[in-house]
Write a protein that binds this ligand. Structure first.
Ligand code: FE2
Length: 283
């Protein structure tokens, strides 16, 4: 075990980088937060220490950092990627690591950035690592990442129901996913432990469907029935109406061209509140 002091401004800089991924690609609508939260639930069910759970939470937030360098045309392409495009996409774990290489906290999160697309049977990327050659935390994030990719909606397709995503994870246990960890995650899903994360972009922040772009409007905590929010993608202003347990967005007819996707500083502050001042970590 080694102890590592966590400097708050440094941690804040990692989190700000993580929120930039969302600012760069508003279609992800809270993907980084959800992957982080799903990863935390899995890590807790494995009885990892409080500090290791924190590392996994941080890695879940920053795992896709390298996507900042992937062109929009590839990142948002609804159709199957060509071989060339897929080759570029496959570089995002390496790009993520090199983007952070000089950061003093890089070692804490590197394996999750670098190895979250490795597969149990060695068919993943960037290295084709097998089984437990892949870092444990990266194997956790990989399951959380796949679950969120399947259950979250995109403008061109609706997310699949939880049960279907869980059964796909089960089918992939031992080929794509870690055969020991996957049943733990599936069990959490079946018990409803993941439900409060699904469809949210941060704690208590519901995702609402932009009628033009899909479910990417993250409602700030202080917004509610009758308030106006702006879509970071189409820049349309929408009035939100409560309909039972969810909200619907109605176009006000106004665009706000000054609106751009931006880092979510509220999310950074929420994360910092929970962070330890020092970590005891294996190694
Ligand atoms: Fe990724």
């Amino acid at each position: 075990m080694k102890i590592m002091l966590i400097d708050e401004p440094l941690l804040k800089s990692v989190l700000t980088l993580a929120t930039l991924i969302e600012a760069r690609d508003p279609y992800t609508g809270g993907h980084t937060w959800r992957v982080s939260q799903y990863s935390v639930k899995l890590a807790q069910s494995m009885n990892l220490s409080h500090d290791e759970v924190f590392l996994v939470a941080l890695g879940g937030m920053i795992h896709d950092l390298g996507k900042i360098a992937i062109p929009d045309a590839i990142l948002n392409k609804p159709e199957r990627l060509t071989d060339d495009e897929f080759m570029k996409m496959r570089q995002h774990p390496i790009v993520g690591v090199s983007s952070m290489s000089d950061h003093p906290l890089a070692d804490l999160v590197r394996p999750m950035i670098e190895e979250h697309h490795e597969k149990h049977d060695g068919s993943g990327y960037p290295y084709g690592k097998h089984g437990e050659e892949t870092n444990l935390y990266a194997r956790i994030v990989s399951i959380a990442d796949a679950f969120d990719a399947m259950t979250s909606s995109r403008p061109y397709r609706k997310g699949m129901p939880t049960e279907k995503a869980l059964s796909i994870l089960t089918e992939g246990a031992g080929t794509q996913f870690d055969p020991q960890l996957t049943p733990l995650f599936v069990d959490l899903g079946k018990k409803g432990v993941l439900d409060h994360i699904l469809g949210h972009s941060a704690e208590g922040r519901l995702l609402v469907g932009c009628p033009a772009c899909g479910p990417i409007l993250a409602l700030p905590k202080d917004k509610g029935d009758g308030d106006v929010v702006c879509c970071p993608n189409c820049t349309g202003k929408y009035r939100i109406h409560r309909k039972g347990d969810h909200y619907e967005a109605e176009f006000t007819g106004v665009l706000d061209p000054s609106m751009t996707a931006r880092p979510d500083l509220e999310e950074v502050q929420d994360f910092l509140k929970e962070s330890p001042r020092a970590l005891w970590i294996p190694g």
